[in-house]
Write a protein that binds this ligand. Structure first.
Ligand code: PLP
Length: 415
């Protein structure tokens, strides 16, 4: 909640109030290009900060292990029905605490321990929950990975088909954290069918784009679609899974009691609000602008001499390879942060540096688009990023960029 809503906390815990105030100031004054972040509406924040947090509601609407669940049943049923309508799917589970738990639930439904899952390589844009040895998904299952083509830096569906033929996965995962291109779900479906595998699409990043009609729709082609509500969906921090009726009961059991305990009813209510917001025509226009902004910013960076991974973007994000500039992703992240622009270092395909160093940065436009930026503002923004990255050791240039960045974002008030 905002500072105006913190009166009880103010009287009790000034240190936490201070953290919230500092974060509000940070969000208001910095340009946020982290592709997975966004700004939830006040309506979402109010639902998420509501007294629904008090209720234990293990189970599902109408089938709870505790009494007194009628109000939270109402909230969860709204979230489920809105998710089904929004995404045009048969079945929805809105209880996963976040994207990782949504993926865990889908794996628990689709796989037995030790079975094979084929997913995108982390170094090519995949996610830790897609079979990394550091994550449960790589420890409980046999994970094999496809990458991108080394020349085009895009998915090669023939190569994925051949790999599937050799590895015979039970589940194929499509979806990524740092892949700038639209995914071909018909091709993934064909590959899955050719080896009798199930198909799971992780749309944690691009779910909002799907709603907006600016990314292909995975629902008609998939057995499971997992998503988050806090990235391009612009809602509360949370996850969800969509599936067909035939997998509904198994999915519900996988979420609870399989992977989680009591659901976060305040967050589920906020997911219902998020889905309602996403049904409005303005949400489609918002998603269109996210993609147009990403394209405009990407073009500007390319015109400034930066190499764009895969040569462009079709989504809300793109990757810059900083090898030619002889700076690491970490150095770029740090210098941009110092001038008020928040972005994250990111491995580029087949990066040979540690993930704490990297050769690239990932830039995404969902957050700046929420603030009202349009493609015509991307020229100025890209110019600032370029000047900072090309003048990392020149304090007077960095001072100038910092002042300009603050002026620019000052034109787009938040909260
Ligand atoms: C593709 C993908 N899947 C899953 C997740 C996990 O989401 P969460 O951080 O909400 O657990 C992420 C997070 O960045 C992601 O990018």
């Amino acid at each position: 909640m905002l500072e105006s809503h913190l009166s009880a906390l103010e009287g009790f815990d000034r240190e936490v109030v201070q953290a919230v105030r500092m974060e509000l100031e940070r969000e208001r004054t910095r340009i946020n290009l982290i592709a997975s972040e966004n700004y939830a509406s006040l309506a979402v924040l109010e639902a998420q900060g509501s007294i629904l947090t008090n209720k234990y509601a293990e189970g599902y609407p109408g089938k709870r292990y505790y009494s007194g669940c009628e109000p939270v049943d109402m909230a969860e049923s709204l979230a489920i029905e809105r998710a089904k309508e929004l995404f045009g799917c048969e079945y929805a589970n809105v209880q996963p605490h976040a994207g990782a738990q949504a993926n865990m639930a889908a794996y628990l439904t689709a796989l037995q321990p030790g079975e094979t899952v084929l997913a995108m390589d982390l170094r090519c844009g995949g996610h830790l929950t897609h079979g990394s040895p550091a994550n449960f998904s790589g420890q409980f299952y046999r994970a094999v990975h496809y990458g991108v083509d080394r020349r085009t830096e895009m998915l090669d569906y023939d190569a994925i088909a051949k790999l599937a033929e050799v590895e015979r996965p039970r589940l194929i995962v499509a979806g990524a954290s740092a892949y700038p291109r639209a995914l071909d779900f018909e091709a993934f479906r064909r590959i899955a069918d050719s080896v009798e595998a199930k198909l799971m699409v992780d749309m944690a990043h691009f779910g909002g784009l799907v709603v907006g009609g600016v990314h292909p729709d995975p629902v008609p082609h998939s057995d499971f679609v997992t998503g988050t509500t806090h990235k391009t969906m612009r809602g509360p921090r949370g996850g969800f899974v969509l599936t067909k009726d035939e997998h509904g009961a198994a999915l519900d059991a996988a979420v609870f009691p399989g992977a989680q305990g009591g659901p976060l009813m305040h967050v589920i209510a906020a997911k219902a609000v998020c889905f309602k917001e996403a049904m409005a025509p303005e949400f489609k226009a918002y998603q269109e602008t996210i993609v147009a902004n990403a394209r405009a910013l990407c073009d500007k960076m390319a015109s400034e001499g930066f190499r764009i991974v895969s040569g462009g973007t079709e989504t809300h994000l793109f990757l810059i390879d900083l090898t030619q500039q002889q700076i690491s992703g970490r150095q770029a992240q740090d210098v941009l942060e110092s001038v008020g622009i928040t972005a994250n270092m990111n491995e580029i395909p087949y990066d040979d540096t540690p993930p704490t160093v990297t050769r690239g940065i990932r830039l995404g436009t969902p957050a700046v688009t929420t603030r009202g930026m349009k493609p015509e503002h991307m020229d100025a923004l890209g110019g600032l990023i370029s000047r900072a990255l090309k003048n990392m050791n020149d304090d007077s240039v960095l001072d100038w960029v910092r002042a300009e960045a603050r002026d620019l974002i000052g034109n787009f008030p938040l909260y």
